[in-house]
Design a protein around this ligand. Structure first.
Ligand code: ADP
Ligand code: MG
Length: 206
């Protein structure tokens, strides 16, 4: 994926988030404060304004700008966390003219580590990590088996949705949803859901 394609893909991610804004906000409303869709839509709206000026930049710089914009414009936990993820991914693909599957996987791994560090969180706490980590593992396994980018992304999206389903079975121990603890069981995590939507858009562009 080169810069032109990356910019088009980020615009599509923004459009999907905008379309799912009310749904994501409603998911957050059930277990926390009902702003996840609003937060992300605002952030990607600001990102959109910056993308035109990025056409001659390398993909890593585009991702870094996306991350910095999300950190600075999104209130709430998800802005800094998503922002960190994008910045880490940008740093991981620095100097590359195109992002291929191995560099995407390396970027996703550093994004996961960035979210874990910034969120002081890990797998099984009902957060975005519960879709990010299984997605990365499934993509990597399928890529190693097949060297087929489409198949790898399809496996990643399927695993991410399974991760969303898994978040219904556990209580939140991080973020605002942790305030209701056990009562969050039965409800899917908004951040795991939005990450899966984001990955689904990227998968459609591969
Ligand atoms: P806020 O919780 O500040 O209202 P959002 O509603 O935008 O922010 O985002 C909530 C999402 O952020 C959660 O669904 C969860 O996936 C993610 N999240 C919250 N805290 C953490 C954390 N410490 N580590 C990883 N992800 C987190
Ligand atoms: Mg919220």
């Amino acid at each position: 994926m080169n810069t032109e394609k990356l910019i088009a893909t980020i615009r599509k991610v923004g459009a999907r988030i905008e379309a799912e804004k009310d749904f994501l906000t409603e998911l957050d409303n059930v277990i926390a404060d009902g702003d996840h869709g609003i937060n992300l839509a605002r952030g990607f709206g600001e990102v959109d304004k910056k993308l035109d000026a990025m056409a001659d930049k390398e993909p890593g710089d585009v991702l870094k700008t996306v991350g910095m914009t999300l950190v600075s414009t999104v209130g709430g936990a998800s802005g800094p966390l998503y922002g960190t993820g994008f910045m880490k991914m940008g740093a991981a693909v620095k100097g590359k003219a195109e992002i291929d599957v191995p560099s995407f996987l390396e970027g996703l791994q550093t994004a996961i580590e960035g979210v874990m560090q910034r969120g002081r969180s890990t797998k099984g706490e009902k957060t975005m990590l519960d879709s990010m980590i299984p997605a990365k593992e499934a993509m990597e396994a399928r890529w190693n088996e097949t060297q087929d980018a489409k198949a790898a992304f399809a496996a990643g999206v399927a695993a991410a949705w399974e991760g969303v389903e898994y978040t219904k079975t556990i209580a939140a121990t991080k973020g605002r949803a942790s305030y209701i603890g056990e009562r969050s069981i039965g409800h899917q995590d908004p951040g795991a859901t939005s990450f899966t939507m984001l990955l689904e858009i990227v998968a459609g562009e591969v």
